[in-house]
Design a protein around this ligand. Structure first.
Ligand code: PLP
Ligand code: COI
Length: 340
């Protein structure tokens, strides 16, 4: 095992840290080059890159985990690779194959092994793959050249406190249109989220909750995470909508709830005016992991789920099982874990 960086791992938040090496590959004339690891964290690109002007850009987020015996593993990287292909397709970009994507992630993690937080520290290595259009283009059309790059950094909790409940507020803004790009992990959705996030933060909430863009009556997403609720009769419910990012964590939790915890599960509408059906609720995602939702402010009503300070028992068990699988402590379903 490589000697680890001298970092206070348990004090890490979710911030950029420049690690040693990153991967970069270029697509031109219909094909990707072999890709390489580089030290430089700056990109030199044309001022007329479509990624800069027309939002022809997408990204992914996944993590590497250090197991109890010091090994390093990725959680469902094939799912991120496939989602990146769908995002690229939606905005007409060349996409790396699943094999190229996983190989790039493994190379980057291996090359930055000393930055992979130790088991039990609560920190993990966040991996950020991205693709964008570059080259000289001024018309609104797909670029002649694409860069696929992957970098990584150690991170702690995305929402302050990690597994402690936080409060959210609904917003009147939409992050995506009903038949727009909500399903794709494209930068434009995140640009649209900056103002509503800031508004929620100014009022003391961790982030905003987006409602469905057609009717504003159903929960869509919780900031940069999906929503789940546990009904009073112990059903795991998560919204279904074409403008939601299909969260890999959410689909993993649907499996964990059904197969490991023998719960009933359902992807269905979650009405913002009917939160009383839930005894617990949470936000889930790679960065958010599971963040318990204390309460939700909607117009002049504040709804508290389990508690504003205590984690509910079902949310706790979901968390322990999911994180147990990611850290190698709980047996994973076939194909979920890829060793580095
Ligand atoms: N929703 C949005 C808008 C996100 O940015 C993310 C983060 O990736 C998620 C949900 C959670 O998705 P995943 O679990 O695949 O990380
Ligand atoms: C993730 O969970 O990977 C995200 O993309 C969330 C956010 C950092 C954009």
């Amino acid at each position: 095992m490589a000697e680890l960086q001298n970092i206070k791992w348990s004090e890490l938040g979710f911030s950029y840290i420049k690690t040693d090496l990153r991967y970069i590959s270029i697509w031109e004339d219909g094909k990707w080059d072999d890709g390489k690891l580089v030290e430089d964290n700056k990109l030199h690109i044309s001022e007329a890159s479509t990624g800069l002007h027309y939002g022809q850009q997408c990204f992914e987020g996944l993590k590497a985990y250090r197991t109890k015996d010091g090994k390093i593993q990725l959680f469902r990287p094939d799912q991120n690779a496939k989602r990146m292909q769908q995002s690229c397709d939606r905005i007409r970009m060349a996409a790396p194959s699943v094999e190229k994507f996983i190989d790039a992630c493994r190379q980057v993690v291996k090359a930055n092994e000393s930055w992979v937080p130790p088991y039990g520290s609560g920190a993990t290595l966040y991996i950020r793959p991205f693709v964008f259009g570059c080259g000289d283009t001024i018309g609104v059309k797909p670029a002649p050249r694409y860069i696929f790059s992957v970098f990584c950094m150690p991170v702690g909790p995305y929402f302050k406190g990690g597994m402690t409940p936080v409060n959210f507020a609904t917003t009147g803004f939409d992050r995506a249109a009903p038949s727009g790009t909500g399903q794709a992990k494209v930068g434009g959705n995140y640009a649209a989220s900056l103002m509503p996030h800031e508004e929620a933060a100014e009022k003391g909430f961790a982030d905003c909750i987006y409602l469905d863009p057609s009717t504003h009556t159903k929960i869509e997403e919780v900031g940069a995470a999906n929503f789940f609720g546990i009904t009073k009769d112990n059903k795991f419910i998560t919204p279904s909508s074409p403008s939601i990012l299909p969260s890999i964590t959410k689909y993993s939790l649907l499996h964990v709830a059904k197969e490991y915890m023998k719960m009933e599960t359902e992807e269905s509408d979650v009405l913002i005016d009917n939160l009383e059906i839930f005894k617990e609720a949470g936000a889930c995602g790679t960065a958010a992991v599971i963040t318990p939702i204390g309460g939700v402010q909607h117009n002049d009503k504040f709804h508290i789920f389990h508690s504003e300070t205590e984690v509910g028992p079902v949310t706790q068990e979901l968390y322990e099982t999911l994180v147990g699988i990611q850290l190698g402590d709980v047996e994973a379903p076939e194909g979920w874990i890829v060793e580095v």
